[in-house]
Design a protein around this ligand. Structure first.
Ligand SMILES: NC[C@H]1CCC[C@@H](CNc2ccc(C(N)=O)cn2)C1
Length: 245
């Protein structure tokens, strides 16, 4: 899978995309990440990428010409079809379901805005989808783009071992079961005995019950979505009834 990131600050991506899992995934050729400095497509001496807003008001707006030229040039750089996404607080809220959908694409172009926004005419003509990582405003779209790359890349086959994806949080709307490792007793707190029993069926049932209980307590909204999606078994529903759901 190929990611193209269009930004005014490519250097911001050193670190999250050059360390650990994403670095290894790139070295293994599972994913490609290409950074593009939007200023490369400015044409004036001052390399102007933003300007004052029509209608007045504070702040600056990203100019249409450089951004449009950058998007068109980057799209043309690879024949794989891609979806062009603007990261913005006004966008559709990112969920694991959307992440899974994006992970099936051959290519993603992520546009990182800055200032007060980007010229609306670019949004109307060249942006396919607008996504938000949450209801808060950041200084730029770069951190949001890193979140999207991280969440999507980890679902690309071969990037992480597929077992750990099966029962993680939000995979089926439910939260994760609690995790433990050695020592068996830590500061007087013992690991739940069932996990040391070696009874794999009981362990699976205990973990499923923990996922349901934690989701009920912490994120009842997700439980409703799980029920609507039909991912709750009869056993799940019986247990939830016991828990008062
Ligand atoms: N009008 C402000 C807005 C104009 C366009 C550029 C963004 C950059 N900042 C962002 C980007 C994304 C998110 C998010 N929640 O995904 C938050 N903040 C700021």
């Amino acid at each position: 899978m190929r990611f193209d990131i269009l930004t005014l600050f490519p250097a911001m991506f050193q670190g999250p995309l050059t360390e650990s899992i994403l670095k290894r995934a790139q070295q293994a050729g599972r994913i490609e990440i290409h950074l593009h400095d939007i200023r490369q497509w400015t044409t004036d001496r001052h390399r102007t990428a933003d300007d004052t807003p029509y209608g007045g008001g504070a702040g600056m707006v990203m100019k249409a010409e450089p951004l449009a030229a950058a998007i068109r040039a980057v799209r043309a750089a690879d024949e794989r079809p891609g979806v062009t996404i603007l990261l913005t607080p006004d966008g559709e809220l990112l969920t694991q379901q959307i992440v899974r959908e994006l992970a099936t694409l051959p290519r993603l172009l992520l546009v990182c805005g800055h200032y007060e926004g980007i010229d609306e005419r670019v949004r109307e003509t060249l942006i396919d989808r607008e996504l938000s990582i949450g209801d808060y405003v950041l200084t730029g779209g770069e951190l949001a783009a890193m979140v999207v790359v991280d969440a999507v890349a980890r679902l690309v086959p071969g990037v992480i071992d597929s077992e750990s994806i099966v029962e993680e949080s939000h995979s089926d709307f439910l939260l994760e079961y609690p995790h433990y490792t050695r020592p068996a007793v830590w500061e007087g707190r013992a690991v739940p005995p069932v996990l040391l029993s070696g009874h794999h069926g009981e362990i699976a049932r205990w973990r499923r019950a923990e996922r349901l209980r934690r989701t009920l307590v912490r994120r009842p909204d997700l439980l409703a979505r799980a029920a609507a999606a039909g991912v709750l078994t009869k056993a799940d529903l019986a247990l939830l009834a016991e828990l008062g759901w």
